[in-house]
Design a protein around this ligand. Structure first.
Ligand SMILES: CC(=O)SCCNC(=O)CCNC(=O)[C@H](O)C(C)(C)COP(=O)(O)OP(=O)(O)OC[C@H]1O[C@@H](n2cnc3c(N)ncnc32)[C@H](O)[C@@H]1OP(=O)(O)O
Length: 131
């Protein structure tokens, strides 16, 4: 799994219990999965179709640095199946895992459309291929 984005837990991210608000974390994960899919599938219309069981394992507190990791499980025809983990950057404690996130590429009419991708690509390689 590759860990991409880092987040710094600020006062506005906390719940009344003084720890990281779960809804905030889910919003970060959803955005991360969407961005990852848009870049991988080269389609700006990627939506979240499905998220499997969400397991909050550990909390985070103000001042903690967390990082969001994504792994591709499967390239489908119109979908991309991802696995996600968020962990504490310094202690490596797992905060949350989501075993399956299904993202779907849409056409202009908002219908699922084949993305034509079969493997993970890196933007730097695409740019080299074009040069
Ligand atoms: C980033 C964001 O926050 S986006 C905002 C939140 N998301 C949304 O608003 C999406 C709302 N949902 C929709 O618009 C529709 O459900 C759509 C367009 C995404 C999908 O429409 P559907 O008619 O269900 O599509 P369809 O049945 O063709 O499935 C599309 C793909 O998703 C997969 N899929 C659909 N449901 C599931 C599921 N429950 N579990 C696993 N895969 C699924 C299908 O297998 C298919 O993949 P494939 O083409 O790779 O084989």
């Amino acid at each position: 799994m590759r860990f991409h984005t880092r987040k710094w837990i600020k006062p506005e991210d906390l719940n009344p219990n003084g720890t990281l608000f779960g809804g905030k974390l889910l919003a970060w994960i959803d955005e991360e999965c969407a961005l990852y899919s848009i870049i991988q599938l080269e389609n700006s219309k990627c939506v979240t179709k499905y998220m499997s069981e969400i397991n909050f394992q550990y909390s985070a507190k103000q001042g903690d640095i967390v990082e969001i990791g994504i792994e591709v499980l499967k390239f489908g025809t119109t979908s991309l199946t991802l696995k996600c983990e968020v962990r504490n950057k310094m202690t490596r404690s797992t905060i949350i895992t989501i075993d399956k996130v299904i993202m779907v590429t849409l056409d202009e009419a908002g219908k699922p459309t084949p993305h034509g991708k079969t493997k993970v690509e890196f933007v730097k390689d695409r740019l080299q291929d074009k040069a």
